[in-house]
Design a binder for this molecule. Structure first.
Ligand code: ACO
Length: 436
Protein backbone atom coordinates (compact mmCIF):
# COMPACT_ATOMS: atom_id res chain seq x y z
CA UNK A 1 0.00 0.00 0.00
CA UNK A 2 1.28 3.43 -0.92
CA UNK A 3 0.44 6.55 1.10
CA UNK A 4 -1.30 9.20 -0.99
CA UNK A 5 -0.06 12.76 -0.68
CA UNK A 6 -3.38 13.94 0.74
CA UNK A 7 -5.09 13.07 4.03
CA UNK A 8 -8.77 12.83 4.96
CA UNK A 9 -10.16 14.99 7.74
CA UNK A 10 -13.30 14.03 9.60
CA UNK A 11 -14.98 16.87 11.44
CA UNK A 12 -18.08 16.93 13.65
CA UNK A 13 -20.76 19.60 13.83
CA UNK A 14 -20.92 19.38 17.66
CA UNK A 15 -17.46 20.78 18.20
CA UNK A 16 -15.70 17.45 18.91
CA UNK A 17 -12.11 17.63 17.69
CA UNK A 18 -11.64 16.63 14.06
CA UNK A 19 -9.39 13.71 13.15
CA UNK A 20 -6.99 13.21 10.29
CA UNK A 21 -6.79 9.87 8.58
CA UNK A 22 -4.19 8.57 6.12
CA UNK A 23 -5.24 7.84 2.55
CA UNK A 24 -3.68 4.92 0.62
CA UNK A 25 -3.43 4.37 -3.12
CA UNK A 26 -3.66 1.04 -4.89
CA UNK A 27 -2.26 0.34 -8.35
CA UNK A 28 -5.79 0.73 -9.84
CA UNK A 29 -9.17 1.77 -8.49
CA UNK A 30 -10.31 4.14 -5.77
CA UNK A 31 -8.03 5.28 -2.93
CA UNK A 32 -8.96 4.12 0.57
CA UNK A 33 -9.25 6.12 3.79
CA UNK A 34 -7.57 4.26 6.64
CA UNK A 35 -10.09 4.30 9.50
CA UNK A 36 -8.37 1.71 11.67
CA UNK A 37 -7.61 4.20 14.46
CA UNK A 38 -11.00 5.93 14.23
CA UNK A 39 -12.55 4.16 17.23
CA UNK A 40 -9.50 4.74 19.42
CA UNK A 41 -9.46 8.42 18.45
CA UNK A 42 -13.19 9.22 18.49
CA UNK A 43 -15.05 6.37 20.23
CA UNK A 44 -17.12 6.01 17.06
CA UNK A 45 -17.55 3.21 14.53
CA UNK A 46 -18.30 3.57 10.83
CA UNK A 47 -21.61 2.19 9.54
CA UNK A 48 -21.66 0.38 6.19
CA UNK A 49 -24.04 -2.60 6.01
CA UNK A 50 -23.46 -4.50 2.76
CA UNK A 51 -19.92 -3.01 2.54
CA UNK A 52 -20.96 -0.46 -0.08
CA UNK A 53 -17.96 1.78 0.68
CA UNK A 54 -15.65 -0.51 2.60
CA UNK A 55 -12.45 -2.16 1.40
CA UNK A 56 -12.07 -5.07 3.83
CA UNK A 57 -8.54 -6.02 2.76
CA UNK A 58 -5.73 -5.27 0.34
CA UNK A 59 -5.42 -7.77 -2.50
CA UNK A 60 -3.24 -8.21 -5.60
CA UNK A 61 -5.31 -10.94 -7.25
CA UNK A 62 -8.36 -9.63 -9.12
CA UNK A 63 -9.42 -6.16 -10.21
CA UNK A 64 -12.86 -5.16 -11.47
CA UNK A 65 -13.75 -1.82 -13.00
CA UNK A 66 -17.52 -2.01 -12.78
CA UNK A 67 -18.15 1.17 -14.77
CA UNK A 68 -15.95 0.09 -17.68
CA UNK A 69 -17.02 -3.56 -17.45
CA UNK A 70 -13.42 -4.71 -17.02
CA UNK A 71 -12.17 -7.80 -15.17
CA UNK A 72 -8.45 -8.51 -14.68
CA UNK A 73 -6.88 -11.55 -13.02
CA UNK A 74 -3.38 -10.51 -11.86
CA UNK A 75 -3.50 -7.74 -14.49
CA UNK A 76 -4.58 -9.90 -17.44
CA UNK A 77 -7.98 -9.12 -19.06
CA UNK A 78 -10.50 -11.94 -18.72
CA UNK A 79 -11.08 -11.88 -22.50
CA UNK A 80 -7.40 -12.75 -23.16
CA UNK A 81 -7.30 -15.45 -20.49
CA UNK A 82 -10.56 -17.02 -21.68
CA UNK A 83 -9.39 -17.17 -25.29
CA UNK A 84 -5.61 -17.69 -24.90
CA UNK A 85 -5.20 -19.89 -21.79
CA UNK A 86 -6.90 -22.85 -20.20
CA UNK A 87 -8.35 -23.14 -16.71
CA UNK A 88 -5.30 -24.77 -15.11
CA UNK A 89 -3.05 -21.99 -16.45
CA UNK A 90 -5.52 -19.54 -14.90
CA UNK A 91 -5.37 -21.47 -11.60
CA UNK A 92 -1.55 -21.22 -11.66
CA UNK A 93 -1.87 -17.48 -12.29
CA UNK A 94 -4.34 -16.90 -9.46
CA UNK A 95 -2.45 -19.04 -6.97
CA UNK A 96 1.15 -18.05 -7.70
CA UNK A 97 0.81 -14.68 -9.45
CA UNK A 98 2.17 -15.63 -12.91
CA UNK A 99 1.07 -17.67 -15.92
CA UNK A 100 3.18 -20.83 -16.21
CA UNK A 101 5.60 -21.47 -19.09
CA UNK A 102 5.23 -24.75 -21.02
CA UNK A 103 7.33 -26.70 -18.48
CA UNK A 104 5.54 -25.11 -15.51
CA UNK A 105 2.16 -25.88 -17.06
CA UNK A 106 3.07 -29.55 -17.49
CA UNK A 107 4.30 -29.78 -13.91
CA UNK A 108 1.25 -28.01 -12.47
CA UNK A 109 -1.23 -30.12 -14.49
CA UNK A 110 0.57 -33.25 -13.34
CA UNK A 111 0.50 -32.10 -9.73
CA UNK A 112 -3.24 -31.43 -9.86
CA UNK A 113 -3.98 -34.71 -11.63
CA UNK A 114 -2.09 -36.62 -8.89
CA UNK A 115 -4.76 -35.50 -6.40
CA UNK A 116 -8.01 -36.04 -8.33
CA UNK A 117 -9.12 -39.14 -6.42
CA UNK A 118 -10.94 -38.84 -3.12
CA UNK A 119 -10.73 -41.26 -0.22
CA UNK A 120 -12.99 -44.28 -0.88
CA UNK A 121 -14.65 -43.58 2.45
CA UNK A 122 -16.25 -40.48 0.86
CA UNK A 123 -18.72 -42.77 -0.93
CA UNK A 124 -20.09 -43.99 2.38
CA UNK A 125 -20.35 -40.45 3.67
CA UNK A 126 -22.35 -39.54 0.55
CA UNK A 127 -24.71 -42.41 1.17
CA UNK A 128 -26.00 -40.66 4.28
CA UNK A 129 -27.71 -38.07 2.06
CA UNK A 130 -31.18 -38.49 0.62
CA UNK A 131 -31.03 -39.19 -3.12
CA UNK A 132 -33.02 -36.02 -3.76
CA UNK A 133 -30.74 -33.81 -1.66
CA UNK A 134 -29.77 -30.51 -3.29
CA UNK A 135 -26.21 -30.83 -4.69
CA UNK A 136 -25.16 -27.71 -2.77
CA UNK A 137 -26.27 -29.34 0.50
CA UNK A 138 -24.12 -32.33 -0.47
CA UNK A 139 -21.18 -30.13 -1.51
CA UNK A 140 -21.23 -28.12 1.72
CA UNK A 141 -21.01 -31.41 3.61
CA UNK A 142 -18.41 -33.11 1.40
CA UNK A 143 -16.03 -30.14 1.23
CA UNK A 144 -16.20 -29.64 5.00
CA UNK A 145 -15.64 -33.38 5.43
CA UNK A 146 -12.33 -33.22 3.54
CA UNK A 147 -10.82 -31.78 6.73
CA UNK A 148 -11.49 -35.14 8.37
CA UNK A 149 -9.50 -36.94 5.65
CA UNK A 150 -6.40 -34.77 5.29
CA UNK A 151 -5.05 -34.19 8.78
CA UNK A 152 -1.66 -33.47 7.25
CA UNK A 153 -2.84 -30.23 5.64
CA UNK A 154 -5.17 -28.54 8.10
CA UNK A 155 -2.77 -26.05 9.73
CA UNK A 156 -3.57 -22.80 7.96
CA UNK A 157 -0.49 -21.13 9.46
CA UNK A 158 1.83 -23.63 7.80
CA UNK A 159 2.69 -22.57 4.19
CA UNK A 160 3.23 -26.20 3.07
CA UNK A 161 -0.18 -27.16 4.45
CA UNK A 162 -1.74 -24.20 2.62
CA UNK A 163 -0.02 -25.18 -0.65
CA UNK A 164 -1.04 -28.82 -0.60
CA UNK A 165 -4.59 -28.15 0.53
CA UNK A 166 -4.94 -25.66 -2.37
CA UNK A 167 -3.95 -28.38 -4.85
CA UNK A 168 -6.15 -30.97 -3.16
CA UNK A 169 -9.19 -28.71 -3.26
CA UNK A 170 -8.71 -27.73 -6.93
CA UNK A 171 -8.11 -31.37 -7.89
CA UNK A 172 -10.94 -32.93 -5.90
CA UNK A 173 -13.79 -30.49 -6.50
CA UNK A 174 -14.68 -31.91 -9.96
CA UNK A 175 -14.64 -35.42 -8.47
CA UNK A 176 -16.95 -34.38 -5.64
CA UNK A 177 -19.38 -32.50 -7.90
CA UNK A 178 -19.57 -35.45 -10.30
CA UNK A 179 -20.07 -37.86 -7.37
CA UNK A 180 -22.89 -35.67 -6.02
CA UNK A 181 -24.52 -35.86 -9.47
CA UNK A 182 -24.04 -39.61 -9.96
CA UNK A 183 -25.43 -40.25 -6.48
CA UNK A 184 -28.64 -38.33 -7.18
CA UNK A 185 -29.23 -40.20 -10.46
CA UNK A 186 -28.27 -43.58 -9.01
CA UNK A 187 -25.38 -44.24 -11.42
CA UNK A 188 -21.98 -45.64 -10.41
CA UNK A 189 -19.28 -43.11 -9.68
CA UNK A 190 -16.69 -42.78 -12.45
CA UNK A 191 -13.09 -42.55 -11.28
CA UNK A 192 -11.10 -39.58 -12.60
CA UNK A 193 -9.02 -40.08 -15.76
CA UNK A 194 -5.74 -38.25 -15.48
CA UNK A 195 -5.00 -38.48 -19.21
CA UNK A 196 -7.84 -36.03 -19.87
CA UNK A 197 -7.81 -32.26 -19.43
CA UNK A 198 -9.31 -30.80 -16.25
CA UNK A 199 -12.55 -29.92 -18.08
CA UNK A 200 -12.51 -33.15 -20.15
CA UNK A 201 -12.11 -35.23 -17.00
CA UNK A 202 -15.06 -33.44 -15.40
CA UNK A 203 -17.26 -34.26 -18.42
CA UNK A 204 -16.04 -37.85 -18.25
CA UNK A 205 -16.85 -38.23 -14.54
CA UNK A 206 -20.26 -36.64 -15.11
CA UNK A 207 -21.46 -38.40 -18.25
CA UNK A 208 -19.48 -41.61 -18.78
CA UNK A 209 -20.79 -44.92 -17.48
CA UNK A 210 -18.87 -48.19 -17.05
CA UNK A 211 -21.00 -49.73 -19.87
CA UNK A 212 -19.53 -47.92 -22.84
CA UNK A 213 -16.83 -45.58 -24.08
CA UNK A 214 -17.43 -41.88 -23.61
CA UNK A 215 -15.74 -39.52 -26.04
CA UNK A 216 -15.26 -35.99 -24.79
CA UNK A 217 -16.48 -33.43 -27.37
CA UNK A 218 -13.79 -30.76 -27.86
CA UNK A 219 -16.46 -28.05 -28.17
CA UNK A 220 -18.09 -29.00 -24.87
CA UNK A 221 -14.68 -29.41 -23.24
CA UNK A 222 -13.76 -25.87 -24.32
CA UNK A 223 -17.12 -24.56 -23.09
CA UNK A 224 -16.70 -26.16 -19.66
CA UNK A 225 -13.12 -24.89 -19.46
CA UNK A 226 -14.41 -21.39 -20.25
CA UNK A 227 -17.15 -21.60 -17.61
CA UNK A 228 -14.44 -22.53 -15.10
CA UNK A 229 -12.11 -19.69 -16.19
CA UNK A 230 -14.85 -17.05 -16.15
CA UNK A 231 -15.92 -18.04 -12.64
CA UNK A 232 -12.44 -18.58 -11.18
CA UNK A 233 -12.30 -15.39 -9.11
CA UNK A 234 -14.17 -12.14 -8.64
CA UNK A 235 -12.39 -10.20 -5.88
CA UNK A 236 -14.20 -9.61 -2.56
CA UNK A 237 -17.69 -10.93 -3.39
CA UNK A 238 -19.94 -12.44 -0.70
CA UNK A 239 -18.55 -16.00 -0.79
CA UNK A 240 -14.90 -14.88 -1.01
CA UNK A 241 -15.41 -12.51 1.90
CA UNK A 242 -17.04 -15.41 3.75
CA UNK A 243 -13.99 -17.60 3.09
CA UNK A 244 -11.67 -14.82 4.31
CA UNK A 245 -13.75 -14.15 7.43
CA UNK A 246 -14.08 -17.84 8.22
CA UNK A 247 -10.36 -18.45 7.59
CA UNK A 248 -9.40 -15.43 9.70
CA UNK A 249 -10.24 -17.43 12.83
CA UNK A 250 -7.44 -19.84 11.90
CA UNK A 251 -9.80 -22.63 10.89
CA UNK A 252 -8.54 -25.19 8.37
CA UNK A 253 -8.76 -24.44 4.61
CA UNK A 254 -11.37 -27.14 3.91
CA UNK A 255 -13.71 -25.69 6.53
CA UNK A 256 -13.19 -22.16 5.18
CA UNK A 257 -13.96 -23.27 1.61
CA UNK A 258 -17.06 -25.15 2.82
CA UNK A 259 -18.27 -21.82 4.25
CA UNK A 260 -17.72 -20.27 0.80
CA UNK A 261 -19.78 -23.05 -0.80
CA UNK A 262 -22.63 -22.37 1.65
CA UNK A 263 -22.58 -18.64 0.90
CA UNK A 264 -22.44 -19.16 -2.86
CA UNK A 265 -25.65 -21.19 -2.69
CA UNK A 266 -27.86 -18.09 -2.27
CA UNK A 267 -29.93 -16.87 -5.27
CA UNK A 268 -28.46 -13.35 -5.06
CA UNK A 269 -25.00 -14.87 -5.65
CA UNK A 270 -24.08 -18.25 -7.18
CA UNK A 271 -27.62 -19.54 -7.08
CA UNK A 272 -28.57 -16.93 -9.70
CA UNK A 273 -27.78 -19.21 -12.68
CA UNK A 274 -30.21 -21.81 -11.34
CA UNK A 275 -32.78 -19.09 -10.55
CA UNK A 276 -32.27 -17.62 -14.04
CA UNK A 277 -32.94 -20.90 -15.77
CA UNK A 278 -35.99 -21.56 -13.61
CA UNK A 279 -37.24 -18.08 -14.55
CA UNK A 280 -36.77 -18.79 -18.29
CA UNK A 281 -38.59 -22.12 -17.93
CA UNK A 282 -41.46 -20.42 -16.08
CA UNK A 283 -41.84 -17.78 -18.82
CA UNK A 284 -41.69 -20.56 -21.42
CA UNK A 285 -44.53 -22.35 -19.65
CA UNK A 286 -46.54 -19.09 -19.58
CA UNK A 287 -46.26 -18.85 -23.39
CA UNK A 288 -42.62 -17.98 -24.17
CA UNK A 289 -41.47 -14.96 -26.19
CA UNK A 290 -45.05 -13.59 -26.52
CA UNK A 291 -45.19 -13.21 -22.70
CA UNK A 292 -41.91 -11.32 -22.35
CA UNK A 293 -43.64 -7.90 -22.23
CA UNK A 294 -46.05 -9.03 -19.51
CA UNK A 295 -43.17 -10.53 -17.48
CA UNK A 296 -41.15 -7.32 -17.78
CA UNK A 297 -44.06 -5.31 -16.38
CA UNK A 298 -43.97 -7.54 -13.30
CA UNK A 299 -40.21 -7.09 -12.97
CA UNK A 300 -40.64 -3.31 -13.03
CA UNK A 301 -43.42 -3.40 -10.44
CA UNK A 302 -41.68 -3.08 -7.07
CA UNK A 303 -44.60 -4.76 -5.27
CA UNK A 304 -44.41 -7.94 -7.36
CA UNK A 305 -41.13 -9.06 -5.80
CA UNK A 306 -40.11 -10.40 -9.26
CA UNK A 307 -36.54 -9.73 -10.44
CA UNK A 308 -35.01 -10.35 -13.80
CA UNK A 309 -32.56 -13.03 -12.71
CA UNK A 310 -29.17 -12.89 -14.42
CA UNK A 311 -29.44 -9.10 -14.62
CA UNK A 312 -27.78 -6.53 -12.40
CA UNK A 313 -24.60 -6.69 -10.38
CA UNK A 314 -23.32 -4.96 -7.28
CA UNK A 315 -20.10 -3.93 -9.01
CA UNK A 316 -20.74 -3.97 -12.78
CA UNK A 317 -22.71 -0.96 -13.90
CA UNK A 318 -21.96 -1.91 -17.50
CA UNK A 319 -22.09 -5.17 -19.50
CA UNK A 320 -20.42 -7.94 -17.43
CA UNK A 321 -17.41 -8.87 -19.64
CA UNK A 322 -17.94 -12.52 -18.71
CA UNK A 323 -21.50 -12.38 -20.08
CA UNK A 324 -20.18 -11.48 -23.55
CA UNK A 325 -17.77 -14.44 -23.54
CA UNK A 326 -20.47 -16.73 -22.22
CA UNK A 327 -22.88 -15.59 -24.93
CA UNK A 328 -20.24 -16.61 -27.54
CA UNK A 329 -19.81 -20.00 -25.87
CA UNK A 330 -23.55 -20.42 -25.72
CA UNK A 331 -23.83 -19.99 -29.50
CA UNK A 332 -20.96 -22.47 -30.10
CA UNK A 333 -22.43 -25.13 -27.81
CA UNK A 334 -25.95 -24.83 -29.21
CA UNK A 335 -24.57 -25.12 -32.76
CA UNK A 336 -22.47 -28.18 -31.82
CA UNK A 337 -25.51 -29.88 -30.31
CA UNK A 338 -27.89 -28.80 -33.10
CA UNK A 339 -29.91 -26.71 -30.65
CA UNK A 340 -29.69 -23.35 -32.46
CA UNK A 341 -33.45 -23.02 -32.22
CA UNK A 342 -33.50 -23.76 -28.52
CA UNK A 343 -36.60 -21.88 -27.25
CA UNK A 344 -34.96 -20.89 -23.96
CA UNK A 345 -32.01 -19.30 -25.79
CA UNK A 346 -34.43 -17.40 -28.03
CA UNK A 347 -36.35 -16.30 -24.96
CA UNK A 348 -33.13 -15.16 -23.25
CA UNK A 349 -32.19 -13.11 -26.34
CA UNK A 350 -35.66 -11.49 -26.41
CA UNK A 351 -35.47 -10.62 -22.70
CA UNK A 352 -31.97 -9.22 -23.10
CA UNK A 353 -32.97 -7.07 -26.06
CA UNK A 354 -35.96 -5.55 -24.25
CA UNK A 355 -34.04 -5.02 -21.03
CA UNK A 356 -31.14 -3.28 -22.76
CA UNK A 357 -33.56 -0.77 -24.32
CA UNK A 358 -35.98 -0.31 -21.42
CA UNK A 359 -35.66 2.93 -19.42
CA UNK A 360 -36.07 0.99 -16.08
CA UNK A 361 -32.94 -1.07 -16.76
CA UNK A 362 -30.99 1.64 -18.60
CA UNK A 363 -31.44 4.22 -15.82
CA UNK A 364 -30.40 1.70 -13.16
CA UNK A 365 -27.45 0.49 -15.24
CA UNK A 366 -28.70 -3.10 -15.13
CA UNK A 367 -26.94 -5.33 -17.66
CA UNK A 368 -26.80 -9.11 -18.11
CA UNK A 369 -24.35 -10.82 -15.75
CA UNK A 370 -22.48 -14.06 -16.45
CA UNK A 371 -25.33 -16.19 -15.08
CA UNK A 372 -27.71 -15.02 -17.77
CA UNK A 373 -26.02 -17.32 -20.32
CA UNK A 374 -24.10 -19.85 -18.23
CA UNK A 375 -27.32 -21.64 -17.26
CA UNK A 376 -28.33 -22.16 -20.91
CA UNK A 377 -24.86 -23.52 -21.73
CA UNK A 378 -24.86 -25.92 -18.81
CA UNK A 379 -28.39 -27.13 -19.51
CA UNK A 380 -27.47 -27.77 -23.17
CA UNK A 381 -24.41 -29.80 -22.07
CA UNK A 382 -26.71 -31.95 -19.94
CA UNK A 383 -25.83 -30.58 -16.53
CA UNK A 384 -29.02 -30.62 -14.45
CA UNK A 385 -30.24 -27.23 -13.20
CA UNK A 386 -29.74 -27.91 -9.46
CA UNK A 387 -26.07 -28.74 -10.16
CA UNK A 388 -25.29 -25.34 -11.73
CA UNK A 389 -24.23 -23.69 -8.50
CA UNK A 390 -22.04 -26.68 -7.61
CA UNK A 391 -20.22 -26.21 -10.94
CA UNK A 392 -19.76 -22.54 -10.03
CA UNK A 393 -18.35 -23.62 -6.63
CA UNK A 394 -15.94 -25.98 -8.39
CA UNK A 395 -14.65 -23.11 -10.56
CA UNK A 396 -14.52 -20.54 -7.75
CA UNK A 397 -12.52 -22.82 -5.43
CA UNK A 398 -9.21 -21.60 -6.87
CA UNK A 399 -10.21 -17.98 -6.26
CA UNK A 400 -11.32 -18.72 -2.71
CA UNK A 401 -8.11 -20.56 -1.85
CA UNK A 402 -5.87 -17.96 -3.53
CA UNK A 403 -7.61 -15.19 -1.56
CA UNK A 404 -7.46 -17.19 1.67
CA UNK A 405 -3.76 -17.87 1.27
CA UNK A 406 -3.11 -14.23 0.37
CA UNK A 407 -4.87 -13.15 3.57
CA UNK A 408 -2.95 -15.57 5.81
CA UNK A 409 0.33 -14.44 4.24
CA UNK A 410 -0.53 -10.74 4.82
CA UNK A 411 1.30 -9.40 7.91
CA UNK A 412 -1.63 -7.04 8.55
CA UNK A 413 -4.17 -9.86 8.80
CA UNK A 414 -6.30 -10.10 11.96
CA UNK A 415 -9.36 -12.09 12.86
CA UNK A 416 -12.33 -10.37 11.16
CA UNK A 417 -14.62 -8.85 13.78
CA UNK A 418 -17.15 -6.28 12.53
CA UNK A 419 -18.83 -4.01 15.09
CA UNK A 420 -22.45 -2.83 15.20
CA UNK A 421 -24.84 -0.01 15.89
CA UNK A 422 -26.93 -1.44 18.72
CA UNK A 423 -30.63 -0.59 18.49
CA UNK A 424 -32.09 -3.15 20.92
CA UNK A 425 -33.38 -2.79 24.45
CA UNK A 426 -31.26 -1.03 27.04
CA UNK A 427 -30.44 -3.01 30.20
CA UNK A 428 -33.54 -4.36 31.97
CA UNK A 429 -34.35 -6.93 34.65
CA UNK A 430 -35.67 -10.46 34.11
CA UNK A 431 -39.13 -10.73 35.68
CA UNK A 432 -40.14 -13.97 37.44
CA UNK A 433 -42.19 -16.24 35.13
CA UNK A 434 -45.47 -15.48 36.97
CA UNK A 435 -45.08 -11.75 36.37
CA UNK A 436 -44.26 -11.84 32.62
N1 ACO B 1 -34.35 -7.05 -11.83
C1 ACO B 1 -35.09 -5.94 -11.57
N2 ACO B 1 -34.65 -4.89 -10.87
C2 ACO B 1 -33.39 -4.95 -10.40
C3 ACO B 1 -32.56 -6.07 -10.63
C4 ACO B 1 -33.08 -7.15 -11.38
N3 ACO B 1 -32.35 -8.21 -11.63
N4 ACO B 1 -31.37 -5.86 -10.03
C5 ACO B 1 -31.44 -4.65 -9.46
N5 ACO B 1 -32.68 -4.09 -9.68
C6 ACO B 1 -33.13 -2.76 -9.27
C7 ACO B 1 -33.43 -2.69 -7.79
O1 ACO B 1 -34.78 -2.98 -7.53
C8 ACO B 1 -33.07 -1.25 -7.48
O2 ACO B 1 -34.12 -0.43 -7.95
P1 ACO B 1 -34.49 0.95 -7.15
O3 ACO B 1 -33.28 1.81 -7.25
O4 ACO B 1 -35.68 1.47 -7.88
O5 ACO B 1 -34.82 0.53 -5.74
C9 ACO B 1 -31.88 -0.97 -8.35
O6 ACO B 1 -32.02 -1.87 -9.48
C10 ACO B 1 -30.54 -1.22 -7.68
O7 ACO B 1 -30.52 -2.55 -7.21
P2 ACO B 1 -29.87 -3.04 -5.85
O8 ACO B 1 -30.62 -4.27 -5.39
O9 ACO B 1 -29.76 -1.90 -4.88
O10 ACO B 1 -28.43 -3.42 -6.34
P3 ACO B 1 -27.43 -4.33 -5.58
O11 ACO B 1 -26.11 -3.91 -6.04
O12 ACO B 1 -27.68 -4.35 -4.11
O13 ACO B 1 -27.84 -5.80 -6.12
C11 ACO B 1 -27.86 -7.86 -7.24
C12 ACO B 1 -27.14 -6.52 -7.02
C13 ACO B 1 -28.13 -8.56 -5.89
C14 ACO B 1 -26.97 -8.78 -8.09
C15 ACO B 1 -29.22 -7.59 -7.97
O14 ACO B 1 -28.97 -6.92 -9.18
C16 ACO B 1 -30.00 -8.87 -8.22
O15 ACO B 1 -30.68 -9.36 -7.31
N6 ACO B 1 -29.94 -9.43 -9.48
C17 ACO B 1 -30.61 -10.67 -9.80
C18 ACO B 1 -29.85 -11.84 -9.23
C19 ACO B 1 -28.57 -12.14 -9.99
O16 ACO B 1 -28.57 -12.26 -11.22
N7 ACO B 1 -27.47 -12.33 -9.23
C20 ACO B 1 -26.20 -12.70 -9.84
C21 ACO B 1 -25.11 -11.78 -9.42
S1 ACO B 1 -23.66 -12.21 -10.33
C22 ACO B 1 -22.98 -13.52 -9.56
O17 ACO B 1 -23.16 -13.79 -8.41
C23 ACO B 1 -22.10 -14.31 -10.38
Amino acid sequence: MKLADNKATLSFSNGSPSVEMPVYQGSLGPDVIDIRKLYAQTGKFTYDPGFLSTAACQSAITYIDGDKGELLYRGYPIEELATGCDFLETCHLLLYGELPNAEGKKKFSRLVSMHTMVNEQMQFFLRGFRRDAHPMAIMTGLVGALSAFYHDSTDINNPQHRDISAIRLIAKMPTLVAMAYKYTVGQPYMYPRNDLSYAGNFLHMMFATPCEDYKVSPVLERAVDRIFTLHADHEQNASTSTVRLCGSSGTNPFAAIAAGVACLWGPAHGGANEACLNMLEDIQKMGGVSKVGEFMEKVKDKNSGVKLMGFGHRVYKNYDPRAKLMQETCKEVLAELGLENDPLFKLAMALEKIALEDEYFVSRKLYPNVDFYSGIVQRAIGIPVPLFTAVFALARTVGWIAQLNEMIGDPEYKIGRPRQLFTGSVRREVQPLAKR
